[in-house]
Design a binder for this molecule. Structure first.
Ligand SMILES: Cc1cc2nc3c(=O)[nH]c(=O)nc-3n(C[C@H](O)[C@H](O)[C@H](O)COP(=O)(O)O)c2cc1C
Length: 222
């Protein structure tokens, strides 16, 4: 059985274009593999808190020495990390907010990229002391943006701090290699014109194609 972790980061509910993409991904998947498991984590509606000084002190304290307060502060982080540990596929549906990720999604990453939990740290490794603890995961990023041209070669590629940032962070959650990172995006939402309609149509065509590809790929499924 394969487990998909679906994360939604839009502050919008039914009207969210990125939620429609993640919902489509999961529905298409379950049509082919109904016995697979889906964990849903809605950070857009229920944002994890920003980390605090006590939280940071807690993660740097040995597990046996943590105070009850530190354990309590880390309990949500433990739960969120456990959802990632269970998942072979991480699906992130997210809007672009101010050319990057919504603060709720950033808060989620801050809660889950954690020393001795999702990465190890060793200065003997030289200039790259961090190393992910998990491996072999697949990442699917499903986005929506109001403007356009954020993809490779596009006129706003240099302003896209959403997809590159997610990919960089996902490395520390066990996703490595471009072949294991997939992105489908809707653009032009603010223009509400034919280009937007075409962008939605294309994304809705690409999601089922990606599902078929992942299901047929060796190595993605368990
Ligand atoms: C707070 C906020 C900031 C936004 N910033 C950007 C931006 O920097 N670039 C952009 O292209 N669109 C921006 N947008 C537009 C959204 O990306 C667009 O409406 C998208 O469809 C929202 O995703 P959703 O439909 O899943 O909610 C912003 C929207 C909001 C609400």
């Amino acid at each position: 059985m394969t487990t998909i972790l679906r994360i939604d980061a839009s502050a919008r509910g039914e009207r969210s274009l990125s939620r429609r993409l993640s919902s489509m991904f999961v529905n298409e998947w379950l049509q082919v593999r109904p016995n697979d498991n889906v964990i849903e984590r809605d950070v857009g509606r229920f944002s994890p808190p920003a980390v605090s000084e006590d939280w940071i002190a807690g993660v740097f304290t040995d597990i046996d020495d943590r105070s009850d307060n530190q354990k309590e502060l880390l309990s949500l982080s433990d739960e969120l990390v456990s959802e990632i540990e269970q998942a072979e596929i991480i699906v992130i549906g997210t809007p672009m907010y101010n050319y990057g990720m919504p603060s709720s999604l950033k808060a989620w990453f801050d809660q889950v990229i954690r020393i001795n939990k999702t990465f190890s740290f060793d200065l003997d490794r030289g200039d790259y002391p961090l190393r992910p603890i998990m491996s072999g995961k697949t990442l699917v990023i499903l986005t929506s943006s109001g403007e356009f041209g954020f993809t490779n070669g596009g006129e706003r590629e240099h302003m896209n701090h959403l997809v590159p940032h997610i990919k960089t962070c996902a490395f520390y959650l066990g996703v490595s290699g471009d072949e294991n990172m997939h992105h489908i995006g809707i653009e032009y939402q603010e223009f509400r014109d034919d280009r937007h309609a075409e962008s939605i149509r294309k994304a809705h065509e690409e999601v089922p194609q990606l599902v078929s590809k992942l299901i047929n790929d060796e190595g993605t499924l368990v």
